[in-house]
Design a binder for this molecule. Structure first.
Ligand SMILES: Cc1cc2nc3c(=O)[nH]c(=O)nc-3n(C[C@H](O)[C@H](O)[C@H](O)COP(=O)(O)OP(=O)(O)OC[C@H]3O[C@@H](n4cnc5c(N)ncnc54)[C@H](O)[C@@H]3O)c2cc1C
Length: 537
């Protein structure tokens, strides 16, 4: 039997964005936070590096703003960048108050303007401004925020709940287009329950799982982007997908990043025949920026028709390698690769979704009552290329600003009346799950081959043709069979893939992370790619 729930605020997603928003609401506001798997299954838990913020007195807001604008290839919205950076210090202070154990800087003199926590520097940042908790910052942040949320009686943390679709007045045939909540699959009962809410937030993370190789955990299927699109929200700049150049290539190694620090310490990228290739692409060789290295690897893999290239640090003394890279050493060894003696098979992997659901500085989407925050959203911060460690910052800044906006609106926003239950009377159990598995593989493979790091118009057209066939098949399947997590994710992945392809086809230039052989030059004017579900194609 399906169930009906009512909350003041429904937060779909328990990562950095969702938890920040929930914790910034007062204790008399009833909040549900959903996760489609265990609570920690988003990207947040896996973030290693840290959070960028202006913390040291020698750093300035202007410098962080300029660095972000430079990285963004002319497409950052300066107001969004400034807003985010100006709120960075208070976001970090809030995290510290929640108990996040950031690594301290024991060496610095704290009375001369040095910040008392250790700050590192990452690519693109002209100052030390990355606050971190050793090399497991995401886990430290997530654990502290979850601990706080568990202590708050007004916050219900609900695992194994997969939001299927948003409920809007428009969907119910009512006048207006306010969001009233969501239909949510309870994976334990197999039933789809109705969650009514005065405010609904999609904080569902990115969509990197649309590609065959990704650094993201399994749930990064763009659910929030697809749901918001179906509910009537515009999306922007979905052609900009950031690829990490070196992810371990091994059938059993899911999503393991081989840190860039290896290249920093002299590791060499090689073809299967042992030849070094990076100097042919950039005078900086292996130390060229991420997108250039990823593009070079992709080029060589496509040219030679090989499944991976190799990253070799075996020329360094074994003790040095083990001491500097214990995690990579141990992890590779579990797959039978001794990196002190053998090269590591690597492929680039989809890492971050720069585009998303269009929002304002309070995280408000086009649909009243619906907010989007974190990697799901498009705030204008990242432009055509995300700068390292700005993404977690965005989660906290917008989580807090969205909460403040909701608090201001709560007194004048009634609870939606009883909503209709999910209708499963016309569907049966599927006896053809092979179709889901097949379509899932096919989608991720052609997205990798045709809509990956280097694009051409012909490849994009092929991908568009295929994704439209898949969408038809999936729609038919969806109409006839009971929903499952796999089916919901496949439907959303295909929808987001279609939007990514369409966005890539609209951009007739190469800019930032979007590179096409047919339009290799950057146009003078930088324009966002905005897609509107209310405009017919
Ligand atoms: C390996 C790795 C390292 C990274 N390192 C850094 C770093 O050092 N610094 C940095 O700034 N960024 C880093 N990033 C990026 C950053 O971690 C993410 O952008 C950020 O954590 C996203 O947070 P989020 O809250 O938006 O989403 P996530 O943390 O991805 O959380 C998404 C949540 O939504 C839930 N969800 C999704 N769909 C549904 C649904 N249909 N129904 C119910 N729940 C749903 C999931 O269960 C999950 O709880 C890294 C990413 C990866 C993968």
């Amino acid at each position: 039997m399906t169930q009906q729930f009512q909350h003041d605020v429904l937060v779909i997603g328990s990562g950095a964005a969702g938890l920040s928003l929930a914790l910034n609401l007062p204790s008399d506001v009833r909040v549900a936070v959903l996760s489609k798997g265990d609570l920690h299954n988003g990207s947040t838990f896996w973030a290693q590096g840290g959070v960028a913020a202006v913390l040291d007195d020698t750093d300035t807001v202007q410098s962080h703003v300029e660095d972000t604008l430079n990285a963004g290839g002319g497409l950052c919205h300066e107001d969004a960048v400034r807003f985010t950076v100006e709120h960075s210090r208070e976001a970090i202070e809030w995290l510290i108050a929640q108990g996040v154990p950031f690594t301290r800087d024991d060496s610095s003199e704290h009375d001369d303007g040095h910040f008392e926590y250790h700050l590192t520097r990452e690519g693109g940042h002209s100052h030390r401004r990355i606050i971190h908790a050793a090399d497991a910052t995401g886990a430290a942040i997530f654990t502290a925020l979850l601990e706080q949320a568990r202590q708050r009686p007004n916050i219900e943390l609900l695992e194994q709940r997969v939001a299927v679709d948003l409920i809007t007045e428009r969907r119910l045939g009512l006048s207006g287009d306010r969001c009233l909540g969501a239909y949510v699959l309870d994976r334990r009962s197999g039933e789809v329950d109705t969650f009514g809410a005065r405010f609904t937030i999609v904080a569902t993370g990115g969509a990197a799982k649309v590609y065959l190789y990704t650094s993201n955990p399994d749930g990064a299927c763009g659910d929030g982007i697809a749901m918001a699109w179906r509910a009537g929200c515009r999306v922007a700049n979905l052609e900009f997908n950031q690829f990490h150049p070196t992810c371990l290539y091994h059938p059993q190694a899911k999503s393991f990043l081989v840190t860039e620090a290896l290249r920093g310490e002299g590791a060499i990228l090689k073809l299967p025949n042992g030849d070094r290739f990076m100097p042919r692409f950039d005078p900086r060789g292996e130390l060229a920026p991420r997108d250039i290295v990823a593009r070079a690897i992709d080029h060589e893999m496509k040219r030679l028709g090989v499944d991976c290239v190799y990253l070799d640090i075996s020329h360094k003394p074994a003790e040095f390698v083990k001491a500097h890279f214990p995690t990579v050493y141990e992890r590779c060894l579990t797959f039978g690769i001794d990196i002190t003696r053998q090269p590591i098979p690597v492929v680039p992997a989809a890492h971050y979704t720069c585009g998303g659901v269009m929002v304002d500085q309070q995280g408000r989407t086009d649909v009243p009552g619906l907010y989007a925050i974190g990697e799901t959203s498009f705030t204008g911060l990242h432009g055509a290329n995300r700068m390292a460690s700005n993404s977690l910052l965005e989660c906290f800044v917008y989580g807090r600003s969205a909460a403040a906006d909701i608090i201001a609106q709560l007194p004048s926003t009634p609870m939606p009346e009883q909503l209709p239950r999910w209708d499963a009377s016309q569907v049966t159990d599927s006896d053809e799950d092979v179709i889901i598995a097949h379509n899932w593989d096919e989608l991720r493979r052609f997205m990798w081959d045709y809509v990956g790091i280097v694009r051409t118009t012909k490849r994009l057209q092929r991908a568009q043709h295929r994704v439209r066939l898949l969408l038809d098949e999936i729609d038919e399947f969806y109409s006839n069979y009971k929903v499952s997590r796999d089916l919901i994710e496949l439907r959303n992945l295909a929808q987001v893939a279609e939007l990514m392809i369409r966005s890539a086809m609209e951009r007739k230039e190469s800019r930032g992370l979007h590179y096409t052989l047919d339009y290799p030059l950057m146009l003078d004017e930088a324009v966002d790619t905005v897609l509107d579900p209310n405009t017919a194609v």
